[in-house]
Design a protein. Structure first.
Length: 214
């Protein structure tokens, strides 16, 4: 999973990021948790999505409420996430913002180990010496995975001017592709004709041809 793999890159720079307090709010000190259930609440707002996203991110802004329950048993921690809210993403047709609801429940199991690793999509190992996990990226991943594959406005709600420009651009591109497919490589054609005309004939056929002409 591409999104999940980014977590390990994200985790390696968390210490630097946390120094400025950008994502320190999402640290959960597992080593200090007593056995039993523990609850945490978060609100993913515009500032969060701006900070965690990149230039290619679909989510421009939003507000998502997150409830986190952690069940601690010895050195194993079972996370349950419930996310509810709305995010703004670009419409695939006109590129204007479109508001999409996000509602999901997710599960994650965290265990202590020597280094960051992933046993499966739902099982993550973190260094025991650190004793804590930052869930900022996981929350972003859960929101992303909850979104539909296509982001489009309801019929008649798209930005008409932008849609018209995009359609014209697509039409021009389609015409260009069509013209390219009709092009013929004259060089190859001429070469093949020239090769055929220059082929040596059998001398016996030349003699027979001479007798016929006489």
């Amino acid at each position: 999973m591409v999104i999940r793999k980014k977590f390990f890159i994200f985790a390696t720079i968390l210490l630097l990021i946390e120094k400025v307090g950008k994502f320190s709010l999402y640290n959960i000190p597992l080593r200090n948790l007593a056995d039993g259930l523990h609850k945490f609440e978060y609100v993913l707002d515009d500032q969060y999505f701006k900070a965690i996203g990149d230039a290619d991110s679909d989510i421009r802004r939003g507000k998502v409420n997150v409830d986190v329950t952690v069940k601690s048993v010895s050195s194993t921690f079972e996370f349950s996430f419930t996310l509810n809210g709305e995010v703004h993403v670009p419409c695939d047709r006109c590129l204007d913002d479109i508001l999409i609801e996000t509602n999901s429940t997710n599960r994650l199991v965290v265990k202590f180990g020597h280094e960051y690793s992933e046993e499966s999509d739902e099982i993550v190992i973190i260094p025991e010496e650190e004793g804590e996990i930052n869930i900022a990226w996981f929350l972003y991943e859960f929101v992303m995975l909850s979104l539909p594959m296509k982001h489009v406005h309801a019929p008649g709600k798209c930005n008409k001017m932008m849609s018209s420009k995009l359609n014209k651009h697509k039409a021009v591109a389609a015409d260009a592709d069509s013209d390219d497919s009709l092009d013929v490589d004259d060089t190859d054609f001429d070469d093949s004709v020239e090769e055929e005309s220059n082929e040596a004939t059998d001398p016996r056929w030349d003699t027979l041809k001479g007798l016929i002409e006489e």
